[in-house]
Design a protein around this ligand. Structure first.
Ligand code: FMN
Length: 167
């Protein structure tokens, strides 16, 4: 598990080869099994393979080449109707997204979490015919990797652990 977590990198370039439905199913299933407060499972998912749809979403972010070049997009929404606590619901959706990214990595595929597009979240929701009470949280772009991930960097444990009450 720790190896998967550490070896996963954001992949932003993909080959044109599509992802099989069975693998998409596995990715979504991993997301669905994330923990959520009161087990309310507030995530809602749109699966986009269609190239015209990707082309209409692409101009809504400065990462348009990633959107256009990814054979699979997974848009993750928060359903306000299922929400009970905004912070906790968004945390749960983060867990859902990370489960999917790790599964993408384990399947030998590549993916990246796209957040910059949230500046146009309403427009994306309209394009995807999302119900009114669905709020876009992120898009995962995925496909077969056409690049190695960038160099991994993380802060040291000393920088992030602010309290350790034993030697
Ligand atoms: C909330 C969030 C938003 C992100 N938004 C973008 C984005 O819009 N475009 C992008 O290329 N990467 C985006 N990323 C990916 C980060 O840049 C990446 O995870 C980080 O640099 C660490 O690299 P790694 O994923 O390879 O470990 C986002 C990641 C998170 C968690």
């Amino acid at each position: 598990m720790l190896e998967s977590i550490k070896l996963r990198r954001s992949i932003r370039k993909f080959t044109s080869q599509g992802i099989e439905d069975e693998q998409i199913h596995e990715i979504i299933e991993a997301g669905m099994w994330a923990p959520s407060g009161l087990n309310n499972q507030p995530w809602r998912i749109a699966i986009i393979k269609d190239s015209p749809t990707r082309k209409s979403i692409a101009p809504l972010t400065r990462y348009s080449p990633i959107i256009e070049g990814a054979p699979l997009l997974i848009a993750i929404f928060l359903d306000a109707g299922a929400s009970y606590d905004r912070i906790k619901d968004i945390q749960a959706i983060g867990a859902c997204i990370q489960n999917m990214l790790l599964t993408i990595h384990d399947l030998g595929l590549g993916g990246v979490w796209l957040g910059e597009i949230l500046k146009n979240k309403e427009k994306v929701a309209t394009i995807l015919n999302a119900p009114d009470n669905f709020e876009l949280m992120a898009i995962i772009a995925s496909g077969h990797p056409a690049e190695k991930g960038g160099r991994a960097y993380r802060k040291s444990m000393e920088e992030i652990v602010f309290l350790k009450d034993h030697p």
